[in-house]
Design a protein around this ligand. Structure first.
Ligand SMILES: [Ca+2]
Ligand SMILES: [Ca+2]
Length: 592
């Protein structure tokens, strides 16, 4: 006892000495500060804990929260029963703005999002809304002519944000499916008796690989679960979990459509590896090993499906790193009286976990965020600017023009300059068809590959100076399609009269049944749509050079986004892309 106390005192004394020397060095100069930052010992003497953010939402029921699919600084949350609607943060939760323009329902239950361009859906008890500009404005999503009410479940295909699933209670068994961001809906007869007891208490999980593959589970103590492999047309019942537990949350493995996690009503966590034929309890480490525990929310890391979080009613939040074989409490200080309605994190920073709760928004951050005194001192250092490296600023050469795009020829084998998102048929580098050098990129589906519904995209963030004289996008593409083209097809998308979706934000896809080759301009950071630069369905005779004047958007951080969309029907559509350049010509004396 005495010895232990002595060691503790010795430790505290050393810590004080060390902190003292630290502050002394910091004040002596930025160069030294940078060196010290890198030589800091691992700092985790106390387990980090949960803290509440957004003080304006303390005491308010926040039913759902999500983190932007690309930018972990951007969050969106929806509130219920307080007349407050949606909140957005663009600074990792430090400040929040209300985002209700156009939104007529302010008591909201569920948010859903997919990949880029960033589009978010929010469901109230009876209506669905959509934003394509980061919450600055909302559109009402009309579900068709038939009357319906009481929405049950909402899901979006993670890699195909145009594909939306919605189930409703009245008419009972209604399943609505859209493939064009909710412009047009197919209504199917759903599985028997999948109506919900409470609004939005059903769970829908859509495959990351195949947007037609979807799971549906009822909430509360109703144990029915179903799987569809044809976008909701036919449903197969799954084996019940234990004695038929209802499900509070579902999560689907990003690379295995048969591997599912279910947070059950008063029955802990269960997993299946065979698409719901058999279930295994996965509750070791949870209170009571899962018996009578009520998990209320689940988040699965889309980059590492062994890592998941689950919230337990009255029992805090737990994490697994081994696919649910063992759970450990994640963070301390979460009040037992607070119910978690949803968990969210970014795959890019999966240890920072957000919780939408009955008492506002909470966050649990890893240990390195727990020394604000030290962290603030480093910011003072002129050589330590840890947050500024995300977007490389090109070095202007005053004498002439320069290229704001990195690796525009797709020649870098590491491919770090471009993002090629994983989808049901991802874009890929190719050496078979190139315009110059030894590589180009292929988007869409070539003739020998399976014809599946998919996006194939490649994109890069760039910035240009506000005083540039001109900004010009140039690229070479070779577009192909097996679709039968009519005379008007080559130009249909460019004609606003023929294309009702024209200029609607993120409505870049035609109605279901059309492939498209497109070039979009997105905002950097939010990845919402700035402009549709090109949208076509054509067969080129060979490599074609395209140019677009981007001068109107100089000074902004933007994303150039190339995409080939296949509807999975009739013919395939694909394109090759090479030698992308964004030529920036700086202002010069005497030159306009
Ligand atoms: Ca090339
Ligand atoms: Ca097609």
């Amino acid at each position: 006892m005495v010895l232990r106390r002595f060691i503790w005192l010795l430790g505290m004394a050393l810590l004080c000495i060390w902190l003292g020397s630290l502050s002394g060095e910091v004040s002596s100069g930025g160069e030294m500060a940078t060196v010290l930052l890198e030589s800091l010992p691992p700092l985790a003497p106390t387990p980090p804990g949960w803290r509440q953010v957004a003080p304006e939402l303390a005491g308010v029921a926040v039913r759902d929260i999500l983190v932007h699919p690309e930018n972990p600084e951007i969050l969106m949350a929806c509130t219920w029963d307080a007349g407050l609607g949606v909140y957005v943060s663009e600074d990792q939760g430090a400040s929040w703005r209300q985002a209700n323009n156009g939104l007529l329902d302010l008591d909201l239950y569920r948010l859903a999002q997919g990949a880029l361009p960033w589009t978010v859906y929010v469901a109230s008890e009876n209506r669905l809304w959509r934003t394509s500009d980061g919450g600055w404005s909302w559109d009402y999503v009309q579900l068709g002519d038939a009357p319906f009410s009481r929405l049950c479940g909402l899901g979006v295909a993670p890699n195909l944000p145009a594909r939306v699933y919605l189930t409703a209670s009245d008419p009972c068994q209604a399943v609505f499916v859209s493939s064009d961001y909710g412009q047009w809906w197919q209504q199917w007869q759903g599985p028997d008796d999948q109506c919900c007891n409470a609004p939005l208490d059903s769970s829908i999980a859509v495959s990351h690989l195949d947007p037609d593959l979807v799971y549906l589970a009822r909430g509360h103590d109703y144990g029915e679960m179903y799987r569809s492999e044809d976008a909701g047309w036919h449903w197969t019942p799954l084996s019940p979990i234990a004695d038929g537990r209802g499900v509070n949350a579902l999560a689907l493995h990003p690379k295995d459509d048969d591997h599912l996690y279910a947070a059950t009503y008063e029955g802990g966590v269960w997993t299946t590896l065979d698409g719901g034929v058999s279930w295994q309890a996965a509750s070791y480490g949870l209170p009571g090993m899962g018996a009578d525990t009520k998990p209320t929310a689940l988040w699965l890391n889309p980059e590492d499906a062994n890592m998941a979080y689950v919230a337990i009613e009255g029992g805090g939040v737990y994490r697994t790193n081994d696919g649910g074989r063992w759970w450990q409490a994640y963070g301390s200080g979460f009040p037992s009286s607070v119910t978690v309605h949803a968990l969210a994190a970014s795959a890019r920073n999966p240890t920072r976990l957000w919780a939408a709760t009955s008492d506002g928004i909470w966050v649990m951050e890893p240990a390195r965020y727990w020394f604000p005194l030290v962290a603030k001192r480093w910011v003072v250092s002129p050589t330590a600017t840890p947050t500024a490296a995300a977007v490389p600023t090109p070095t202007p050469t005053p004498q002439g023009c320069y290229d704001a795009i990195e690796d525009g020829g797709f020649e870098d084998p590491s491919g770090v300059a471009w993002q090629l998102p994983t989808t049901s048929h991802s874009a890929a580098y190719t050496d078979a068809v190139v315009h110059s050098g030894s590589q180009a990129v292929r988007l869409g589906i070539e003739p020998l590959d399976p014809n599946v519904l998919s996006h194939s995209s490649v994109y890069q963030t760039f910035v240009t100076p506000a005083d540039a004289a001109s900004v010009t996008l140039r690229y070479w593409c070779w577009r192909h399609t097996e679709e039968e083209l009519t005379a008007g097809d080559a130009s249909w998308a460019m004609d606003p009269a023929k294309h009702p979706a024209w200029r609607l934000p993120a409505m870049s896809l035609a109605a279901m049944g059309d492939d498209v080759q497109e070039v979009l301009l997105l905002y950097g950071g939010s990845y919402t749509l700035v402009d549709i630069l090109d949208q076509a369905l054509v067969n080129d005779d060979g490599w074609v050079e395209q140019t677009h004047d981007l001068t109107a958007w100089r000074g902004k951080s933007l994303v150039i986004y190339f995409n080939a969309y296949n509807d999975g029907l009739k013919g395939r559509t694909w394109m090759y892309l090479d030698d992308v350049a964004i030529q920036v010509c700086p202002a010069e004396d005497g030159v306009e």
